[in-house]
Design a protein around this ligand. Structure first.
Ligand SMILES: Cc1ncc(COP(=O)(O)O)c(C=O)c1O
Length: 386
């Protein structure tokens, strides 16, 4: 941070203020000096972020955001990048590409950095659906492919989930024809939170990718605690026609910064690059580089998420409602009341929860907040469901 003006502007607009005190100056130098065990330092940073969040209004449990936000190191990197704000062509994008490639164990040519991972889905829909091709996806799943594909005038085959609320792989397989441009698989799935068993999913992706391009959305990869889970990036490395999606929005808490990643064969990456609509901004890229290089903050956030998710799981179980076993930072459950009625009851008690996902019209998706937020939500849940 070379300019005092930019530093003051930064502190005014982005520091975490608690009770009038600014968090940034007190927490960040401490992290740099390592004067206390790292978990203690992260704990105190996270507590201050949570206090700021609590003061900001209703508890945001509707968009699967990281309630603790970005790593303090990412915040520092963003601050240090300020002087790049008026320049084109920042080397930060190329550095982030290399950093993420190293992080997932592939050469840089296998990675595309995007403006949020939504852009991975949109560029894939364009690149592989443009010639009148059809798209295949589960239903419900993360909706961008289906809405974007529909706007493109493409036929989107929406394949209902199976009774276990997972992808119906046989039914999806049957929808693949010579005219299929792209198959979308979301694992773990949003909105259900459910993880597909590895072997059948891997067989499906391998088999489908011999006939068409398969996009595997792993936005919630880092939250998975099931030891049987494996990413599909190894299929990319083996040369299969697979694109894996990752994002900095979830575990890295950078949703507002808009950074996502595609991992695919360099030929596929080159094709996707041709359909991008812009470049990620340099400041976000600097924050993402620091976030990806930080092992302590993601570990802390996963540990908090696992603890908070268990509080939420137990509260829903105590209410007698059915829920899908979540491997993400949200839980989907059958409230046995119309989703919108439940949303309203939650909002009246200070909690925003997810929208309806037809045909699951009595199901509610609740994002995992901090453990304290989940304890507070657990206290109001019986009233909400009464
Ligand atoms: C499964 C899944 N994929 C992709 C995204 C897009 O996230 P972003 O564009 O912030 O990277 C989301 C956002 O919630 C998601 O749930």
């Amino acid at each position: 941070m070379s300019s005092p003006l930019s530093r003051r502007a930064w502190l005014r607009t982005t520091s975490v203020g608690v009770g009038g005190a600014l968090l940034m100056p007190s927490v960040l130098p401490a992290l740099g000096r390592r004067t206390a065990p790292i978990d203690q330092e992260l704990e105190s940073y996270a507590r201050a972020v949570a206090a700021e969040r609590a003061a900001a209004g209703p508890v945001r449990l509707q968009s699967n955001e990281n309630p603790f936000g970005m790593s303090p190191r990412a915040k520092q990197a963003l601050m240090d990048a300020w002087d790049e704000h008026n320049k084109y062509g920042s080397p930060a994008i190329a550095l982030l590409r290399q950093t993420y490639a190293t992080h997932v164990g592939v050469p840089a040519e296998y990675v595309m950095v995007t403006q949020g991972s939504n852009e991975v889905i949109c560029t894939a829909a364009l690149a592989f659906g443009i010639d009148g091709k059809e798209l295949v996806a589960a239903d419900p799943t993360f909706e961008t492919l289906s809405t974007y594909g529909t706007h493109m005038g493409r036929t989107v085959h929406k394949v209902p989930l199976n009774p276990a609320h997972g992808h119906d792989l046989n039914a999806m397989d049957q929808r693949i024809t010579a005219n299929t441009g792209l198959v979308f698989v979301c694992n773990p799935n949003n909105p259900t939170g459910a993880l597909m068993p590895d072997a059948p999913l891997r067989d499906f992706v391998k088999s489908a990718s011999k006939r068409t391009t398969v996009l595997v959305d792993e936005a919630y990869h880092e939250y998975v605690t099931d030891p049987s889970y494996r990413s599909m990036i190894d299929l990319v490395v083996q040369g299969e026609n697979v694109i894996v999606l990752r994002t900095a929005s979830k575990i890295h808490g950078l949703a507002g910064c808009r950074i996502g990643f595609a991992i695919a064969h360099p030929d596929v990456i080159a094709r996707l690059e041709g359909f991008k609509t812009g470049a990620p901004n340099a400041l976000s890229a600097r924050a993402a580089i620091a976030a990806v290089n930080d092992v302590d903050w993601p570990r802390y956030c996963v540990q908090q998420n696992t603890e908070a998710r268990e509080i939420l799981r137990a509260a829903i179980a105590a209410s007698g409602r059915v829920q899908t076993p979540s491997q993400t930072n949200f839980i989907f459950f059958d409230a046995q009341r119309p989703t919108n009625t439940v949303r309203k009851a939650c909002e009246e008690r200070g909690f925003l929860v997810g929208r309806a996902f037809p045909p699951y019209d009595t199901w509610v998706r609740v994002s995992v907040g901090t453990p304290d937020e989940m304890r507070a939500f657990a206290r109001v849940l019986p009233e909400v469901l009464a």
